[in-house]
Design a protein around this ligand. Structure first.
Ligand SMILES: Cc1ncc(COP(=O)(O)O)c(C=O)c1O
Length: 364
């Protein structure tokens, strides 16, 4: 049997008619940038999260860059972030010439909140938790530290649409929440798209200006901006996706529960879940010491897998000037060397789920 790591077409086909109708509605409107579809999606996503503002953007990376820019992060400013963050999270800081201060990951593969405080200096301006894999970072502790030291919290929510910590939705704890709607995400567009969310009127207004060349009124450029707008077609498609976000999350949670109950191979260790977290399983990461052999074995049996992420961002080639070594952050290093993501998506056939479990359990 062949089991693809991911099959976006199957997820699309679950609600094909509605997606087609939404795309056609946007096409037939004759208005393709900064229009009603985007405004509607912004209102709907803000309502879903229970926040005042959503500003629709061109990508999650755009959201991170503009979030830090709106807050005035600049050269010499330090931002605390996880050592196992995705590179785009760190790019949000360095694109503004800020310095990322890495903190190792905890047992849940999230930023170790207990290790944050010792990294705070008089240059620290913000903390950037990255809610990896659909799990949430420890937002009780992070919020308390940020309040104690008067720091901004920018949440990277690219992988956790709809996940909660202590019953509160991720993206609503921080000064700004940054979302990606890259096609594979829990809420995915059919191209690039992203957004920031915030309860702060001024910051929302600033990001609205920044995304559109720094202008509200055509040819009146109040500040130096960029082009980071979500297009009308993606906004129309995302309205359909949002309608089914909770349903898709529940479906992946059901698959994850089956994996957790039935994968019993001691060589394959699933990510631990903090009991305070409602994990939406954007991915299903497992840790395997002999990762290469495990992936080759899965491939031999027709099962696709992926690695998130083989090179931690502190070891990225583009950041080698900082001179970090692999072992500087032992957990992040271990996750980078052992993590494998198993197939999990809404629309995955039951026999494929059962087959993955059977083959994984037979790995010796
Ligand atoms: C944790 C995280 N942050 C940021 C991003 C960047 O989002 P985008 O690809 O929409 O720019 C991603 C996307 O893969 C991500 O996984």
């Amino acid at each position: 049997m062949n089991v693809a790591y991911s099959m976006l077409k199957r997820t699309f086909e679950l609600h094909k008619r509605e997606y087609e109708a939404a795309a056609l509605r946007a096409l037939n409107s004759g208005w393709y940038i900064l229009g009603k579809e985007m405004e509607t999606f912004e209102k709907q996503f803000a309502r879903y999260l229970g926040v005042k503002h959503c500003v629709a953007l061109n990508s999650g990376t755009g959201a991170l860059i503009l979030a830090f820019r709106a807050l005035g992060i600049k050269e010499e400013d330090e931002v605390i972030c996880p050592a196992n963050a995705y590179i785009a999270s760190v790019l949000g800081i360095t694109e503004n010439r800020g310095t990322p201060i890495f903190v190792d990951a905890d047992d849940y593969m999230e930023i170790d909140a207990d290790a944050i405080e010792s990294k705070i200096t008089d240059k620290t301006k913000a903390i950037l938790p990255v809610h990896l894999y659909g799990h949430s970072s420890n937002m009780d502790k992070i919020r308390a530290i940020a309040d104690r030291h008067n720091l901004y919290v920018i949440e990277d929510c690219a992988q956790c649409h709809g996940s909660t910590y202590n019953g509160k939705l991720t993206g609503t704890f921080g000064t700004i929440g940054c979302f990606s709607f890259y096609p594979t995400k829990p809420l995915g567009a059919f191209g690039d798209a992203g957004a920031i969310v915030t309860n702060n009127d001024e910051l929302a207004e600033k990001v609205r200006l920044l995304r559109n060349y720094g202008s509200k009124i055509k040819y009146h450029n109040e500040i130096v901006g960029v082009n980071s707008r979500m297009d009308e077609i993606q906004a129309a498609l995302l309205q359909v996706g949002l309608k089914y976000l909770d349903e898709g999350n529940k479906e992946r949670q059901r698959i994850a529960e089956k994996y957790l109950a039935q994968i019993t191979n001691p060589l394959v260790l699933p990510q631990k879940t903090d009991p305070k977290v409602n994990h939406v399983y954007h991915l299903f990461p497992v840790l395997v010491k002999e990762r290469d052999r495990f992936q080759a074995y899965l491939k031999e049996y027709g099962i696709g897998s992926a690695v998130h992420y083989p090179i931690p961002s502190y070891m990225a080639e583009c950041y080698k000037k900082w001179g970090y070594a692999w072992g500087d952050f032992p957990n992040a290093c271990r996750y980078a060397k052992q993590e494998v993501s198993l197939p999990i998506y809404a629309g995955m056939p039951e026999e494929e789920i059962d087959y993955v479990i059977k083959i994984v359990n037979r790995f010796a």
